[in-house]
Write a protein that binds this ligand. Structure first.
Ligand code: HEM
Length: 528
C-alpha cells in the first residue's frame, strides 16, 4: 500500500491525485534509469575483466580466444554472439581459423573447445575431481530430483553409477531383449500390409513402450502406462534451452515439469512400496534400484529410486529413438548399396535360428551393428559433451601446438563435429557401414557414446534395442523414402532429424515367412 519510493515525495510537491499518477511514472522512470546504469556498470566491468584476462593475466600458452563477429573484433560480445548462433556453426567457423583448441567467452564463462581425438583425450580419461560433470549438467536436478546423480558429491555419484552399471549388465540385458522383441513384434503387427509412417514419431512411440517395460516395470507398462507417459512428457518438455542457464526460472514449462515430478513421485512411491512389502522380484531396472545398497548397507529412498529411473530414461529415450530413425532413413536412402547387406544377413541368421531373436542372435548381426554405428557416427544426438576443468591441464594438437587449459574453463568436445573430420574418418559425409569392418578404433575417434571414464553405460542396451527393431522390420517389410533425407534439427536439446521423416512400407510375403529375397540383388560395386 505504501510502496511508493520515499525519494519521489521528497522531490515532488503536488495534489494527492496527481501525486499518485506522477509518482508511478517517476517510479518507472527511476527504475529504468537504475537498471540501465547498473547494466552499463556490469557490462563495463565484464569488458574490463575480459581485457584483463586477455592482456594481463593471459599466459602465453592458453588457447586462442575467439574474438570476431563478421570480421569485426568485438571483445566479449563477438564470441558470445557466435555461440548463440549455435555450436555447430561456431565450430565450422572457428576450426579452420584457430584449429583443434580454442576458447569462446560466453557471459562470464570461458568455453574451451577440444576438437578431435588428439586433444579430447584428457577430457574423456580425467577423473571427476579433474574434469567435473556436476557443474555443467546440474540443470537436470529439478527433472531427476534431489539426492541423485548431479545433486550428490563425487563419491555418492560413483556409487550410484555402479547401480546404473549393475542394472545394465549383460545378464540383465538378456531378459530385457525378450521384452524388446515382444514389444516390437506387437507394435509392427499393427502396421498392416502397407502404408506410410513418420519414422521418428513411430519409433519414438515404440521406444517409450519398450522403455516402460524394461526400465519402469510391469506395473507401469500394464496398468499406468498412459498416465505415466503423459507425466514423463511434461518432464521432458520442461527441459528447454533456457533451463540450462536458469533451471528454476518461473516459466510455464518449468511449473508443469515440477508438478509432473511430484505426481510421478506419488505413483512410484506406491509401486515401490508394494514391491518392498511383497518382496516380489521383477526382472527390470526398477528392481535393481530398489535392491541397490551403498557400501555402508544403506539403500535409496523411494524418491531417489524414481530419480535414478528418470535419469536412465532420459539418457536412453531420445538418443535411441533418434539413432534408430537415422539408421532406417540412411539405410533406405542408400537402399541399393546398403540394404542387400542387411537383408542377406537376416536371411542367413533366419536359416540358422529360425524366427527367434534373442541376445545371442542379435550379437551375430554384425552388418546391422555397423549400420547403426555408422548412423550414429553421422548423426550423434548428443552433439556436445561438457565438463568443467577443476585443474589446469595441457593439450597438444595434432600439428604440435601446446596449450594449457586453465582451471575453471568449461570444456566442450563435439561428437557431431569430430565425426565429420576427414582426418578422423575417410569420406566422412558418406554413409558407409562397411568402414567399420576395418576399424582401427583409435581412442576417442568414435565418440557417439562418449568414451573413457563416462562412456555410455547403456551402449549395449541401445544396440540391442535398435537392432531388435530393425531386424523385425527388415524381416517383415520393404521400404522407400518419401521425399529427401531430412536435415538434423539443431534447435533440439537432443539433436534428431527434422520432420517429416516419412517412409512407405510394404509387408513381405507372409507365406514365405517374411524375408526371402535373393542376395544376388546386392549391388556389384559393393560385393567386394
Ligand atoms: C543411441 C543411444 C544412446 C546414445 C547415442 C548415448 C550417448 C551417450 C553419451 C554420448 C554419453 C556420455 C555423456 C558425456 O560424456 O557427457 C552417455 C552416457 C550415459 N548413457 Fe547413453 N546413450 C544412448 C543410450 C543410452 C541408454 C539406452 C541408456 C540406459 C538405458 C544410457 C545410459 C547412459 C548413462 C547412465 C550414461 C552416463 C555414464 C557416465 O556418466 O558414467 N544411454 N550416453
Amino acid at each position: 500500500m505504501f510502496s511508493t519510493p520515499p525519494l519521489v515525495f521528497f522531490f515532488k510537491r503536488e495534489t494527492p491525485a496527481a501525486v499518485v499518477a506522477t509518482t508511478r511514472n517517476d517510479f518507472i522512470l527511476w527504475s529504468v534509469c537504475v537498471v540501465s546504469i547498473a547494466s552499463l556498470i556490469v557490462f563495463l566491468l565484464l569488458v574490463v575483466l575480459d581485457v584483463l584476462t586477455r592482456k594481463v593475466f593471459k599466459s602465453k600458452k592458453t588457447p586462442p580466444l575467439i574474438e570476431w563477429n563478421g570480421g569485426l573484433k568485438i571483445p566479449l560480445v563477438g564470441g558470445m554472439l557466435e555461440f548463440l548462433k549455435g555450436p555447430m556453426k561456431l565450430m565450422a567457423k572457428a576450426f579452420p581459423k584457430y584449429g583443434e583448441v580454442f576458447t569462446v567467452p560466453v557471459f562470464h564463462e570461458r568455453i574451451t573447445f577440444l576438437i578431435g581425438p588428439k586433444v579430447s583425450e584428457f577430457f574423456f580419461k580425467a577423473k571427476d575431481v579433474e574434469m567435473s560433470q556436476k557443474e555443467v549438467y546440474e540443470f537436470n536436478v529439478p527433472t531427476f530430483g534431489k539426492g541423485v546423480v548431479f545433486d550428490v558429491d563425487h563419491q555418492t555419484r560413483a556409487e550410484q553409477f555402479r547401480f546404473f552399471a549393475d542394472s545394465l549388465k549383460s545378464e540383465r540385458l538378456r531378459t530385457y531383449v525378450g521384452m524388446m522383441v515382444k514389444e516390437a513384434d506387437a507394435f509392427f503387427e499393427k502396421w498392416g500390409d502397407e502404408g506410410e509412417v513418420d519414422l521418428l514419431d513411430s519409433l519414438s512411440e515404440l521406444i517409450v513402450l519398450t522403455a516402460s517395460r524394461c526400465l519402469l516395470g510391469r506395473e507401469i507398462r500394464e496398468n499406468l502406462f498412459s498416465e505415466v507417459t503423459a507425466l514423463v512428457h511434461d518432464l521432458d518438455k520442461g527441459m528447454v534451452p533456457l533451463s540450462v542457464f536458469f533451471p528454476y526460472a518461473p516459466i510455464e514449462a518449468h511449473r508443469k515439469r515440477d508438478k509432473a515430478r511430484k505426481d510421478l513421485a506419488l505413483i512410484f512411491d506406491k509401486v515401490i512400496q508394494a514391491r518392498r512389502e511383497s518382496g516380489s522380484l521383477e526382472p527390470d531396472v526398477l528392481q535393481t534400484f530398489i535392491d541397490a545398497r551403498y557400501k555402508d548397507g544403506s539403500k535409496l529412498t523411494n524418491d531417489q529410486v524414481l530419480g535414478m529411473l528418470i535419469a536412465v530414461l532420459f539418457a536412453g529415450q531420445h538418443t535411441s529413438s533418434i539413432t534408430s530413425t537415422w539408421t532406417g532413413l540412411l539405410a533406405i536412402a542408400n537402399k541399393e548399396r546398403v540394404m542387400p547387406y542387411l537383408e542377406q544377413e537376416q536371411q542367413k541368421i533366419m536359416k540358422k535360428h529360425g524366427t527367434k531373436i534373442d541376445f545371442d542372435v542379435l550379437a551375430e548381426m554384425d552388418e546391422l551393428h555397423f549400420a547403426v554405428k555408422e548412423a550414429l557416427r553421422m548423426h550423434p544426438p548428443l552433439i556436445m559433451l561438457l565438463r568443467k576443468a577443476q585443474v589446469n591441464f595441457d593439450v597438444e594438437t595434432s600439428d604440435g601446438k601446446k596449450y594449457t587449459v586453465p582451471k575453471g574453463h568449461i570444456c566442450a568436445t563435439s561428437p557431431a563435429f569430430a565425426h565429420r573430420m576427414d582426418s578422423v574418418f575417410k569420406n566422412p559425409n558418406t554413409y558407409d557401414p562397411q568402414r567399420f569392418k576395418s576399424d582401427e578404433n583409435k581412442f576417442a575417434s568414435y565418440i557417439g557414446f562418449g568414451a573413457g571414464r563416462h562412456g555410455c553405460m547403456g551402449e549395449t542396451f541401445a544396440f540391442m534395442q535398435i537392432k531388435t527393431i530393425w531386424s523385425v522390420l527388415i524381416r517383415n517389410f520393404e521400404f522407400d523414402l518419401i521425399g529427401d533425407l531430412p536435415e538434423p534439427d539443431y534447435e533440439g536439446m537432443v539433436v534428431g532429424p527434422k520432420h517429416p521423416c516419412k517412409i512407405r512400407y510394404k509387408r513381405r510375403d507372409r507365406k514365405k515367412n517374411g524375408l526371402m529375397k535373393s542376395p544376388s540383388t546386392m549391388s556389384k560395386s559393393f560385393k567386394a
